[in-house]
Design a protein around this ligand. Structure first.
Ligand SMILES: *[C@@H]1O[C@H](CO)[C@@H](O)[C@H](O)[C@H]1NC(C)=O
Ligand SMILES: *[C@@H]1O[C@H](CO)[C@@H](O)[C@H](O)[C@H]1NC(C)=O
Ligand SMILES: *[C@@H]1O[C@H](CO)[C@@H](O)[C@H](O)[C@H]1NC(C)=O
Length: 262
């Protein structure tokens, strides 16, 4: 089971009242949020929106309503109470969630693709930090994912930046999370990935002996130098071959041309 509330089924009930220029648009949403197909891992929400703003909601986990505007206060104090109200919500959970979630879950599980994760060191964004790591997760499905950093087992939240889940063009996604830090000896840095395709969070430990950007530059420099030497050597060999061949070729090639012009 994943710790993420990965998926939800939405059911919309729309109503609107338009008066003059300022219309009022309201809608109800029923949501089944789930992290497994087990009934205890399904949360049902009945939400009331006014002009797309959430005004209040019923939450099946607490079996209580919460309101976000004074205007909705009467809703909790009167409507959102009593055995009849709760019984109606329990019926809705059965009707909309319990019957659909296993089907959707099975479908998602069938399609889930585990991310391919790469952890590497790059040039920091700013000079405030000495090092920066990038944890990239590639080619995963479905979209929801959590990529976090652990320093000696503790989650690090500051100096972390992440991209959105980027669309690959097919139906898969990729994401990149950056951690800027100042390395201290003996510390353990890891990137943690949580995804629907994984039964539990997966840890990727950073190995400081892996090539960093400086070492990369040296490697690239050395390769460049080697390539240069190879090219010069090849050039020299070619030149020498050409000049020895040239001595043989010049007279035989030149003769017919001379004849042609005469
Ligand atoms: C519903 O209530 C539970 C328990 O308090 C809470 O963990 C969960 O986040 C709530 N859901 C929403 C969408 O607020
Ligand atoms: C809430 O209900 C009370 C009594 O039913 C009513 O007097 C009051 O105007 C209502 N408040 C709002 C904001 O609708
Ligand atoms: C984030 O970076 C700043 C600047 O270097 C540093 O002062 C701060 O301690 C860092 N935060 C953490 C949690 O490492």
């Amino acid at each position: 089971m994943s710790v993420l509330n990965l998926s939800s089924i939405h059911l919309l009930l729309l109503f609107s009242s338009l008066s003059g220029v300022d219309g009022y648009f309201g809608h109800f949403e029923m949501r089944c949020r789930f992290s497994s197909e087990e009934p205890r891992d399904i949360e049902f929400l009945l939400q009331v929106y006014g002009n797309k703003k959430l005004l209040g909601q019923y939450n099946s986990t607490t079996e209580k309503c919460t309101v976000y505007t004074q205007w909705m206060k009467n809703f909790t104090e009167t409507a959102c109470k009593g055995p009849a109200f709760l019984a109606a919500r329990r019926d809705e959970i059965k009707k909309y969630c319990s019957s659909n979630v296993p089907v959707v879950y099975g479908y998602l599980l069938d399609k889930a693709v585990e991310p391919y994760v790469r952890l590497r060191s790059v040039e920091p964004f700013s000079t405030r930090h000495l090092a920066m790591l990038v944890c990239s997760a590639y080619d995963f499905y479905p979209k929801p994912i959590r990529v976090t950093w652990l320093r000696d087992g503790q989650e690090v939240t500051s100096n972390v930046t992440s991209t959105e889940e980027l669309v690959n063009g097919d139906w898969t996604y990729q994401i990149h999370s950056h951690l800027e830090y100042t390395p201290t000896p003996g510390e353990r840095i890891a990137c943690m990935v949580e995804h629907f395709s994984l039964t539990e969070p997966k840890l990727y430990d950073w190995d400081p002996s892996m090539p960093g950007p400086e070492k990369n530059k040296m490697v690239i420099g050395a390769c460049g130098l080697l390539l240069g030497v190879v090219f010069i050597a090849a050039g020299l060999i070619y030149y020498r071959k050409k000049s020895t061949e040239g001595r043989v070729l010049v007279p035989t090639m030149a003769l017919p041309e001379i004849y042609g012009t005469i």
